[in-house]
Design a protein around this ligand. Structure first.
Ligand SMILES: [Zn+2]
Length: 256
């Protein structure tokens, strides 16, 4: 069995200098590949660096809503250069965050749309972060051509109605440790009905630790417990969840 963590932050502080250790632990849980997500110039650089150092890591680079106000021409040129490098597999995480609200909404929306266009020009998929902003996220994605090269709603936390809307745009959704939480009933409902060919799994480590380690620091290997939670909800085996989500990640990220 092989498991693909579609969105992790091995480029974040807790893992620095200990990447090999955590990748080793992941391998013992059958987690053999991961996409490391950037969010600003520093994290993008580190995601790129890790993808060059490790065969089984891939880079996602982009400007998240928190730093949308920093997305100037220089940042854009650099991003395009990084996206064209070997092992860059998606533009992300990009989107809207009205919870932390670190950039004005109009700036977030503009930079989100701009990056969607860059992804389309480069024929690349996108990795979407959306928090307290489904309406605007959906509207902007609908106006883009996201279906052509694919898009993922990362850490999907919506109910089946929202799920359907994003699936209708030709997108995939990625479930995090939240799907293992007892009270996340909307997410459970979505995880039960999403078609096999549209589902990914992720850790978003160091955040969103799944049961049975909830409350502790998350790490890439724990995506196995996300797979387990979905398997329980769908009354199937962890192998089946692993197989589909691995194949979907390889496909959307264009990995041979
Ligand atoms: Zn993330």
């Amino acid at each position: 069995m092989e498991i693909f963590d579609s969105h992790t932050h091995l480029n974040d502080e807790p893992f620095r200098g200990k990447e090999e250790f955590y990748l080793d632990r992941a391998r013992k849980l059958c987690v053999t590949k991961a996409a490391v997500a950037g969010q600003d110039s520093e994290f993008n650089e580190r995601a790129m660096d890790l993808s060059q150092r490790f065969d089984n890591l891939y880079a996602i680079v982009g400007y998240c809503p928190d730093v949308a106000k920093d997305f100037d021409q220089k940042a854009q040129d650099k991003l395009i250069e990084q996206l064209q490098m070997d092992k860059s597999v998606a533009l992300g995480e990009i989107g809207l965050d009205y919870y932390w609200d670190e950039s004005p909404h109009d700036v977030q929306q503009k930079v989100f749309a701009q990056q969607l266009e860059i992804a389309h020009d480069l024929k690349m998929p996108v990795n979407i972060h959306t928090r307290d902003a489904f309406e605007d996220t959906y509207r902007i994605l609908k106006d883009s051509k996201v279906g052509e090269y694919g898009g993922i709603i990362h850490n999907f936390n919506g109910d089946p109605e929202w799920l359907k809307k994003f699936l209708d745009l030709g997108m995939m959704v990625s479930f995090s440790g939240v799907v293992s939480f007892t009270k996340a009933t909307d997410v459970h409902a979505s995880a039960k009905v999403v078609p096999w060919d549209r589902m990914l799994i992720e850790t978003d480590a160091p955040y969103l630790t799944p049961k049975p380690y909830r409350g502790k620091q998350n790490e890439t290997g724990y995506v196995r417990y996300v797979a387990q939670a979905i398997a329980d909800l769908r009354d199937t085996s962890v192998q089946e969840v692993a197989e589909h989500t691995y194949e979907n990640a390889m496909k959307i990220y264009g990995i041979k």
